[in-house]
Write a protein that binds this ligand. Sequence first.
Ligand code: FMN
Length: 200
Amino acid sequence: MDTIKAINSRRSIKSFDKNHKMTQQEIIQLLELAILSPTSYNIQNWRFVTITDQSIKDKLSELSHGQQHVSEASLVIILCADLNSWDKDPQRYWENIPEEPRIALINSLRNSYSGKPGLQRDEAMRSCGMAAQTIMIAARSMGYDTCPMKGFDYNKVGGAINLPDDHVISMMVVVGKRTKDPSPRGGQLPLSEITFKNHF
Ligand SMILES: Cc1cc2nc3c(=O)[nH]c(=O)nc-3n(C[C@H](O)[C@H](O)[C@H](O)COP(=O)(O)O)c2cc1C
């Protein structure tokens, strides 16, 4: 499927075939595409928790106000981020470039994020948002459907996945084979209302 078709046909699907299983190869392909999403300074701060185990999906559904699509999906991905990834062996993020620019980048990175918890959290949400969209479009291209989700108890889901103290959850994306088409789109705002030439 080409990209424009994948974008046009991506919808938030609420009903999946509970019996469909994605292959391990498909899951890896999806994740390998997800990690090509851009991150500031290439810090790759996202962390992906993948869940296919039915009992855990059922538990997550309970923690998502009973939303059934969590339980029915073939795969649940919890998109988390490491708030301190900027400080964890950052040379890894540019191992393919010469030493001099690598050191300059590391210094710039530390100056940018050190002591700035608000910015660290913003970066977590930016990176995960981009990865989530990559996952949804890639999944669509692979013949799957998705639903991005924030309607769950973040603390309890964090507990269920042993979220480390210096990590945050951004959102969940569920992936599966649709069993029901979505209602027509809610209604897109016109470009004339939400786009501006050069300034507001
Ligand atoms: C950050 C975010 C959180 C969302 N949370 C939920 C959710 O908890 N449950 C759900 O069914 N849909 C959820 N949605 C899906 C939205 O309702 C949906 O994207 C929106 O209505 C537009 O529909 P479309 O995605 O089919 O174009 C979420 C979407 C986003 C982007």
